[in-house]
Design a binder for this molecule. Sequence first.
Ligand code: CU
Length: 118
Amino acid sequence: MSFSPMLSKLSLFAATVLVAAAAVGAAHAQSATEIQLSYKDKKFDPAEISAPANTPIVIKLKNLDAKAMEFESKTLKVEKVVAGSTDATINVRAQKPGRYEFFDEYNEKVARGALVVK
Ligand SMILES: [Cu+2]
């Protein structure tokens, strides 16, 4: 009886563990940047937010107005209706450096802000 089948099973197992560890490492490097943003009287506060490049972004938006608003950004490709006096989580994909404008679609001319990715 030979040990080689057992050894190759072990090395296959070791390789699997290494691949899994590498995947966990990559997932960790990708951990999201969380940004707090509030909305009141048709204004975003802060009006400009920033995040590092190539990292997923999570915007925690508090709509402090009694009316619903719609967070939208064409360049970030996100759109979300947020009921009055509620919070919402907006997930944004990892972005390249740049300036990405967003607005409340119900008050598009005045209610504007920007995400600066560096
Ligand atoms: Cu819309």
